[in-house]
Design a protein around this ligand. Structure first.
Ligand SMILES: [Zn+2]
Length: 108
């Protein structure tokens, strides 16, 4: 469960609350009792943490790519290139349809 930071715009009281993501944001300030609480997006919140984490992994993948490509080069020099084996099975069905067309025009 993420921690949300709240700030009361009435008395400037700040506090944290554990809430489910689906939970509605608090409105009542526990200090002054006014409905002036506003949820802040803070570094302790789950949402911001997710965002920064995504950025970090994205950034890391950049350097990871460089390392991986260098690794791959080393592997390719030792290994021979891997053969791509993709069978073409469409040619047999193609010739069948052309044969059928031919026979119809012939009979005419
Ligand atoms: Zn307050």
């Amino acid at each position: 469960m993420p921690t949300y930071e709240y700030l009361c715009s009435n008395c400037d009281h700040e506090w944290e609350a554990y809430q489910a993501i689906s939970a509605k944001p608090l409105r009542k300030c526990p200090r002054c009792g006014k409905m002036k609480a506003e949820r802040l997006i803070s570094s302790g919140g789950g949402i911001i943490f997710k965002g920064s984490g995504f950025y970090q992994t994205d950034y890391r993948s950049e350097s990871y790519k460089e390392g991986a490509s260098a690794d791959r080069k080393a592997q390719e020099s030792s290994k021979s290139e891997s053969s791509k084996t993709k069978s073409d099975s469409s040619s047999s069905t193609k010739s069948e349809s052309t044969n059928a067309k031919k026979s119809t025009s012939n009979s005419d």
